[in-house]
Design a protein. Structure first.
Length: 374
């Protein structure tokens, strides 16, 4: 028997899951629900990334209560839309609890919401938050800042984005599945909070919270990855880094790329793949970015992956960043235009390019640099 999963609210942040439903295991039916006015209602989910048709039609929020009656689980995601958490999510959680459904959140609910949910626990439903997903960190206390960190004997590959919204998760899932299809064991840390749903690990919540120094976060992340290496004994550790690695400008700072820097101090990546927005790049710019990344992360760039997302700086504000999508054909044209660059430029929408990238990764780790004998 297959189960039914609701994803709410569906938007760009969850399109990678929709395009990799096979990783969701027992969910044979997935229902996508979004807000009226989102521009997606009644349309195929592909409207958010202009990719291949998914055959999943986005339903309005008015259908949510009816769908809850017949679903098994519901995944609440942190949306691109600026929402009042208590107003939007709390009624859904309580209703699902009354119906005995499992509720999963890919973000941490604020304490004010948790206090209201606690009295309802007698209904016997299970609420799973991003911070409770991370069972590997629940018994780890902040370390002494003078503590040593562990070496790694497994190659580590970072998937980074020059900026946010560059289809990093889609790339991570694609690489992982292609490697696993060839018999390799891949341990994955995803760049968002849905990792445990797809047989992976989420980027740990403690990396974004206060109460610890940057030094302690580095040590904790090192131990987090080391536990994964020791318990899963993978051929490759694939780490998706949330956010962007550099400020876009003085207004859109990408949090100054602090997360990526801390992660790279916890474990030196053996290789990098950088996801880019679609833009009017030239060879000089790509070389500048390559040199910057390789110096910052003390690693080699294996390829640029070009998405069809465009950052709309004219329509954006500091609290509401705006993006648009271009037809994947433009991405292919830009890739061809930059084909003389020595580092591969790949079209994220092309399965053929993703296959080529996977072969390049295997070759890099097993032959070129002898980092590991795959």
């Amino acid at each position: 028997m297959t189960n039914k999963l609701i994803i709410f609210p569906f938007d760009y942040e969850t399109i990678a899951l929709v395009r990799n439903l096979n990783l969701l295991g027992s969910y044979g039916e997935v229902v996508l629900i979004s807000f009226q006015g989102s521009g997606m209602i009644g349309k195929d989910a592909c409207v958010v990334d202009k990719g291949q048709v998914t055959d999943l039609i986005v339903k309005p929020v008015s259908c949510l209560e009816q769908e809850l009656e017949s679903c098994d689980d519901i995944l609440l995601v942190q949306s691109n839309f600026k929402l009042d958490v208590a107003e939007v999510y709390l009624p859904v959680i309580k209703k699902a609890g009354q119906l005995g459904k499992k509720v999963m959140c890919n973000f941490t609910l604020p304490d004010s919401c948790m206090e209201l949910i606690q009295p309802s626990e007698e209904h016997g439903y299970k609420l799973i938050l991003k911070n409770t997903f991370d069972v590997r960190t629940e018994h780890i206390s902040p370390p002494d800042p003078s503590s040593a960190i562990h070496d790694f004997f497994t190659p580590v590959l970072f998937v980074i984005g020059l900026n946010e919204r560059t289809h990093k998760l889609h790339l991570q899932l694609n690489i992982r599945q292609k490697l696993e299809a060839q018999g390799y064991q891949v341990s994955q840390v995803t760049s968002n909070g849905c990792g445990e749903l797809i047989g992976a690990h989420s980027f740990p919540q403690f990396m974004f919270e206060g109460g610890m120094t940057e030094t302690q976060k580095i040590i904790m992340f090192n131990r987090y990855l080391k536990k994964i290496e020791q318990s899963e004994k993978p051929d490759l550790i694939l780490v998706g880094i949330p956010g962007g690695i550099v400020p876009f400008n003085n207004t859109f700072t990408n949090y100054f790329g602090v997360t990526s820097f801390l992660a790279s101090r916890a474990v030196r990546p053996d290789g990098l793949i950088c996801c880019l927005h679609y833009d009017e790049y030239n060879l000089k710019y790509l070389e500048h970015v390559k040199q910057y990344m390789e110096n910052r992360f003390s690693s080699s760039l294996l390829g640029y992956a070009l998405s069809n997302n465009v950052f709309d700086s004219y329509s954006s504000s500091t609290v509401n960043l705006q993006y648009a999508s271009v037809d994947p054909r433009f991405v292919e044209e830009k890739k061809q235009e930059l084909s003389s660059y020595p580092v591969p430029i790949l079209n994220l929408s092309s399965d053929e390019d993703m296959g080529k990238l996977t072969e390049d990764i295997l070759h890099y780790f097993s032959v070129d640099h002898h980092v590991a004998q795959f």
